[in-house]
Design a protein around this ligand. Structure first.
Ligand code: SER
Length: 318
């Protein structure tokens, strides 16, 4: 990994992953790909090159890959689950037609490709507890349909053409830098902002709904480590179950209240997001990732909560 293109560099994962890879590999070039309306700013813009890189424009991707001699593409362009339900055709266009453009460029240019999958790739028939790496998927959301297809297409390009595709199934990601863009797990980010601002949080997900979650530093570590892993150890490729914790809104509320006494939360359940959450597993088994490339998260709920609150107090000046 030397010259890297991050598609979606200003999104929730991309904004932090771009900076992390620039710092880890200062001798390389890390191109911040963006779409109009989501231009990079500040440190992201100042610290390296930026190019307009819409996954739906394959010719432009080819041009960027040639210009910067790109060897690794992080394809982070996606509509998250709740937004995708409102715009299913657009979600398919970005997530699948876009992915095919990325895979074709990679096939022609010899790039490695990371395109995240998700807990959203599972469905109601999936075993909910300790969800195995290889199991029934059959998601009900369009987001999930695109993620299963992403896993299959990525594996197909590896077995048919030898394209070095690797990935993980991310759980809900919690960060204090860039907000997520309309996912089912967003509540676990918004709740911290409300708590630090001293506001009551209105939770759209019902008590008792367990989902896997992860703090962003661990998600970034996974994105880098999987691409640096010794390929001879990989029995799987697209995509590894990874998780760091599993909780429901009540457990999260209580944990935040331990640090911010008096924090209040009430429920106004959003039926769209609740239906999606109900179809996802409670807790993944990530033992294949642990065995095949040494995956291990650093943050549990307590460590994440301490860090989130401190970071948001400083960011929001509270
Ligand atoms: N966090 C995503 C969502 O909620 C799942 O991968 O849509």
């Amino acid at each position: 990994m030397k010259n890297v293109l991050i598609i979606g560099s200003t999104g929730q994962i991309g904004s932090e992953l771009t900076m992390k890879i620039r710092k880890m590999f200062p001798e390389g070039t890390v191109v911040a790909g963006y779409i109009p309306g989501m231009e990079p700013k500040g440190e992201l813009l100042a610290s390296g090159p930026a190019e307009q890189a819409d996954v739906r424009n394959g010719a432009k991707l080819t041009e960027i890959v040639a210009k910067y001699k790109i060897d690794t593409i992080y394809n982070l362009a996606a509509l998250l689950s709740a937004v995708a339900e409102r715009r299913p055709l657009m979600a398919w266009d970005i997530q699948i037609n876009g992915l095919l453009n990325v895979l074709e460029v990679a096939r022609e240019s010899g790039c490695a490709v990371f395109t995240p999958s998700s807990i959203g790739s599972f469905g109601p028939e999936t075993p909910r507890m300790n969800t195995p790496q290889d199991t029934i998927q059959r998601p009900r959301s369009i987001y999930g349909c695109t993620k299963v297809a992403t896993e299959l297409l990525s594996d197909y390009y590896f077995s048919k053409y030898g394209v070095d595709t690797r990935s993980v199934r991310y759980p809900g990601l919690i960060s204090n830098v860039t907000l997520p863009g309309g996912g089912t797990t967003d509540y676990a980010v918004e709740i911290y902002y409300a708590a630090v601002r001293g506001e009551e949080y209105v939770c759209p997900i019902a008590a008792g709904t367990f989902m896997d979650m992860m703090y962003m530093p661990d998600a970034l570590k996974a994105a880098v480590d999987i691409m640096l892993a010794d390929p001879s150890n990989l029995k799987h490729r697209n995509a590894f179950n990874i998780t760091a914790m599993s909780f429901d809104p009540e457990i999260l509320r209580k944990k935040i209240e331990e640090h911010i006494p008096g924090f209040k939360m009430r429920y106004e359940v959003d039926p769209v997001r609740q239906a999606i959450a109900d179809s996802w597993p409670d807790k993944l088994d990530d033992s294949c990732a642990r065995e095949e490339w040494g995956w291990a998260p650093s943050y549990d709920l307590e460590a994440m909560t301490v860090d989130m609150i401190a970071a948001l107090r400083s960011k929001l000046d509270r």
